[in-house]
Write a protein that binds this ligand. Structure first.
Ligand code: ADP
Length: 607
């Protein structure tokens, strides 16, 4: 039997496995069930595609979306991997041909929707076939908590019993909450499974939160600086999507939009335009993304804060799936919190669930307001324990700061928290310190407190920032739960008693136009060395790719990823032999496309 690594080199053109991939592959090859929870972009598909090629018999892959099936199968076929899909969009003739090809042993991977298992013909056909593996992709769909809950996923367990021999079962998802995990384990009929929780870090992604800016102005200037790059802009509501879309469109930007209020065909068109690089940017609600498998998304901007970190990391994680640098920028304003609270109240009815969701929202707000390393915050949220404190590659680690003695201010804060006796949240502490005379402050008679108005010279946002920092620095402690309250810690009591000095870092705020990811920094992180000098060649290769993709009616990134094109631009291979050493150039693609890209490289350099 060939080795997994050989298949990876030959078919996929990658030199090495990414962390976690090999373990999952070996588990399946040894006949053991597995549940793999890995972040978007970690490279889940290869984990079941390689065993599917190596095991005798066929592998059925349950996939939730027709468009996703098509994309995956297109990408496989482009690498000469024998795959097909059977779904409601196939004509009778097509389905017949595909079943015949499966019967004749010419197909190794069959993609279907979960509903297909209940189709009588399909079920009895599979009873006569050697089914080696059953893979459930996007397996969180089994859970009531999964955002795409589908009852037919629950029938998989029973369906397995109808087969003469039980196949190996593998479940894959990027959703990591405990409840979803439990549901996947109980509802899918996994047996003695091994569970893999992949490292959630995505080192090629740059995270940044930008608070209180003119969002539209920021987005326009960002797009201006990233011309030709693919990006997604997520907004919280349809109305907002339409508004932002119109602003961009009216300025001649190659942009599309996507939300649940549009017709199926409009949405499909937008998605296709984006996948095929006909447009660069898509403005969308969170309805967009599940079916999108585009690897060359260079940035994801959140125009509003999403409702929780699970959604955020999944959406932001759509950037940089090819391993080349990607940027994930969240534009935050406190108004976003109201919008998300409203949406939760509107869509979630059980009080218990509402409380849970509000708690998750609080953690999301914590991310936006945190001054710590953003990557550290995310990884800790997903249950990891990074051994470092700063990643040196996120907006917060990159902030320029100066040290300042802040003892008097923090003492005022501690005094206020002490006077409110740990019964109130950040908003009330902030209002009292600001000297706000709103109804709630009056109702509790807090205008009488000594700390009332002590920080009246600062804006509400500034006070909030100070409170966040006092929490991060350990002077205050914020409780968990739907209505978190703040209390003094022992350190905070020391400050209040005048026994401790407070030295804090103050951010030197750059002017708004410059609040981008510093270019210098990006280059350092970018494995493709001198990005600017290579750009003309990269653009030329991208143009070749675009034309070829158009001829073949496949998305450009299916031919080669951006990462592969960057490597070509930097290595500038002149022969097929040299070309074969580029990551992402497998044997089949080398023969099919190698010459044309070598030609384009030679042409561009000589000019
Ligand atoms: P996921 O389903 O986990 O979101 P995919 O399976 O779509 O991720 O993989 C994301 C990208 O990473 C794809 O472009 C894939 O070809 C690439 N990839 C997967 N494994 C490797 C590897 N070992 N080396 C380099 N790139 C890889």
């Amino acid at each position: 039997m060939a080795q997994p690594i050989e298949i990876l080199n030959q078919y996929f053109g990658y030199p090495a496995f990414r962390p976690g991939q090999e373990d999952v592959i070996q588990t399946l090859l040894h006949g053991q069930d597995c549940l793999a929870i890995m972040p978007t972009g970690a490279g889940k598909s290869i984990c079941f595609q390689i065993p599917a090629l190596l095991l005798p018999g066929i592998t059925i892959i349950i996939s939730p979306l027709i468009s996703l099936m098509k994309d995956q199968v297109d990408a496989l076929v482009a690498q000469q991997i024998p795959a097909t899909y059977i779904n409601s969009q196939c004509t009778f003739e097509e389905a017949k041909q595909r079943f015949a090809a499966i019967r004749a042993g010419r197909i190794k991977l069959v993609y279907v929707s979960p509903e297909r298992l209940q189709n009588e013909f399909f079920a009895s056909f599979m009873q006569t076939m050697p089914v080696a593996m059953l893979i459930i992709d996007e397996a969180h769909c089994v859970s009531q908590w999964g955002h795409d809950f589908r009852p037919s996923y629950c029938a998989i367990k029973e369906w397995l019993k109808t087969l003469p021999r039980r196949p190996i079962v593998g479940a894959f998802t990027a959703t990591a909450t405990a409840k979803v995990k439990q549901d996947m384990l109980t509802l899918l009929g996994l047996e003695k499974e091994r569970i893999f929780i992949g490292g959630f870090d995505r080192p090629n992604l740059y995270f940044q939160v930008i608070a209180n800016v003119d969002k539209l102005r920021f987005v326009l200037s960002y797009i201006q600086k990233h011309k030709g790059e693919s990006g997604v802009i997520y907004a919280a509501t349809r109305k907002e999507v339409d508004r932002v879309y119109k602003e961009l469109y009216s300025r001649g930007i190659r942009v599309g939009r996507y939300h649940a209020g549009m017709s199926d065909s409009q949405r499909q068109k937008a998605q296709e335009d984006f996948t095929y690089d006909t447009i660069d940017i898509i403005v969308a609600t969170n309805a967009f993304g599940m079916g999108i498998d585009k690897s060359n998304v260079r940035f994801v901007i959140h125009y509003q804060m999403p409702k929780n970190l699970e959604s955020y990391y999944q959406e932001a994680g759509r950037a940089g799936r090819d391993g080349a640098p990607g940027e994930c920028i969240l534009l935050f304003s406190r108004q976003d919190i109201m919008i998300q609270k409203y949406l939760i109240e509107l869509s979630v009815h059980s009080p218990e669930q509402q409380a849970k969701e509000l708690q998750m929202l609080n953690r999301m707000v914590g991310y936006c307001e945190s001054r710590q390393c953003l990557r550290h915050y995310i990884l800790t949220y997903f249950g990891e324990h990074p051994t470092w404190q700063r990643c040196e590659n996120c907006g917060n680690c990159d902030r320029e700061v100066v040290e300042e003695d802040r003892t008097p201010t923090v003492r005022n804060i501690c005094q206020c928290v002490d006077e409110l006796k740990g019964h109130f949240g950040l908003t009330m502490v902030c209002d009292v310190l600001k000297g706000s005379k709103n109804a709630k402050v009056k109702r509790y008679g807090f205008q009488q407190k000594t700390s009332f108005g002590l920080l009246g010279d600062f804006s509400g946002n500034e006070i909030r920032d100070m409170l966040r920092q006092a929490i991060d620095d350990g002077f205050l402690q914020q409780s968990e739960g739907q209505y978190p309250v703040v209390k003094l810690t022992a350190m905070g009591q020391d400050v209040l008693a005048g026994n401790r000095k407070v030295v804090q870092e103050r951010m030197i705020t750059p002017p708004q136009e410059d609040m981008m990811v510093p270019k210098k920094k990006r280059k350092q992180e970018n494995p493709f060395i001198d990005e600017e000098a290579l750009r003309p060649l990269f653009d030329a290769l991208r143009a070749v790719r675009y034309e070829m993709a158009k001829k073949e009616h496949i998305p450009p990134f299916v031919i080669f990823s951006d990462a592969t094109l960057w490597e070509m631009a930097s290595q500038q291979p002149r022969t097929l032999e040299d070309m074969a050493t580029i990551k992402g150039v497998g044997e089949f693609k080398l023969n099919k496309y190698g010459k044309q890209f070598i030609h384009a490289i030679a042409n561009t350099i000589e000019r």
